[in-house]
Write a protein that binds this ligand. Structure first.
Ligand SMILES: Nc1nc2c(ncn2[C@@H]2O[C@H](COP(=O)(O)OP(=O)(O)OP(=O)(O)O)[C@@H](O)[C@H]2O)c(=O)[nH]1
Ligand SMILES: [Mg+2]
Length: 267
């Protein structure tokens, strides 16, 4: 291991070292079906060919209705605290967390936006460029689930293909029967949005670390695959577990014959 890598590993707290590929909360509620890091990602990390990934900061954005528990979720993960009293977020807040995955340092900026309508336009200006979009709802208030699709549309629509999550909070407040029913609805909505579903409690801490580790691992993997893609002699696309080479010339040729201006719509 290089001296620089050792230094960087030392800067990462022990409880931010991801050693195993974190699994989904529910195998039927995720579009991300892989069980392990992609072999190309492992090889890139072992050979120290991760490009700018260790230097760049990836961005996660939390959105959702007022008081669903976005700030509590971030505070539980980042500071291991829980506050019973509600203090509305004004505009946005952010935290920065450093991780180590496959011995490579990785930094995630976590943006916690306000759910209050009057702050919507301030918060919305931070949606752009998110690598992870996390839509939060309150499992003890089913009406917050009804707004999940709108939040996902607003937030993820401003980024290019982010990793998407739908997270139900306050699991500690719902009975097992109520949990089963709301979970079923939430899974359906998450699946329809191409997002992974999680149920957590910031009060007890249940699933909070597991959720963030999963989000970090998927983001890290996507960032490394992007690096491999841009640094190889041609672009590749991930299909299932395989990296498929994209034939640029043919794509361009096809586009230029059909539509010389390269516009998306048929005119
Ligand atoms: N019992 C329980 N209460 C929670 C949980 N998460 C949040 N709360 C409570 O719900 C209230 C709102 O939590 P916040 O985290 O401030 O909600 P928010 O989504 O950040 O709200 P805005 O910033 O206004 O958008 C607070 O009183 C929290 O204590 C949880 O997992 N369990
Ligand atoms: Mg808040």
């Amino acid at each position: 291991m290089s001296a620089a890598r050792t230094m960087m590993s030392q800067n990462v707290a022990k409880d931010r070292i991801v050693t195993k590929f974190p699994q989904a909360f529910h195998p039927d509620a995720t579009p991300y079906q892989k069980m392990n890091f992609h072999p190309k990602v492992k090889a890139a990390c072992t050979d120290n060919k991760t490009g700018r990934v260790g230097l760049k900061i990836c961005k996660a954005v939390l959105v959702g209705d007022v008081s669903v528990g976005k700030t509590s979720l971030v505070n539980r993960f980042c500071h291991d605290v829980f506050d019973r009293d509600y203090k509305a977020t004004i505009g946005v807040d952010f935290e920065v967390e450093k991780f180590s995955l496959l011995n490579v340092p990785f930094t995630l900026q976590i943006w916690d936006t306000a759910g209050q309508e009057r702050f919507k336009c301030i918060a919305a200006s931070y949606y752009r460029g998110a690598n992870v979009t996390i839509v939060v709802f309150d499992m003890s208030d089913e009406s917050s689930l009804a707004n999940v699709a709108r939040w996902m549309d607003d937030a993820a629509g401003n980024s290019s293909d982010p990793i998407k999550f739908v997270v139900g909070t306050k699991k500690d407040l719902v009975s097992p029967a109520a949990f089963e029913s709301i979970e079923q609805n939430a899974v359906e909505i998450a699946n329809s949005l191409g997002a992974e579903f999680w149920a957590v409690s910031s009060k007890t801490g249940e699933n909070v670390k597991e959720f963030f580790f999963r989000a970090v691992a998927l983001t890290f993997e996507a960032a490394i695959l992007r690096e491999i893609d841009t640094s190889s002699d041609g672009p590749t696309k991930q299909i299932g577990n395989d990296l498929i080479k994209v034939d640029n010339e043919n794509v361009f040729e096809r586009r230029s014959k059909k539509n010389p201006l390269g516009k998306c719509c048929d005119m």
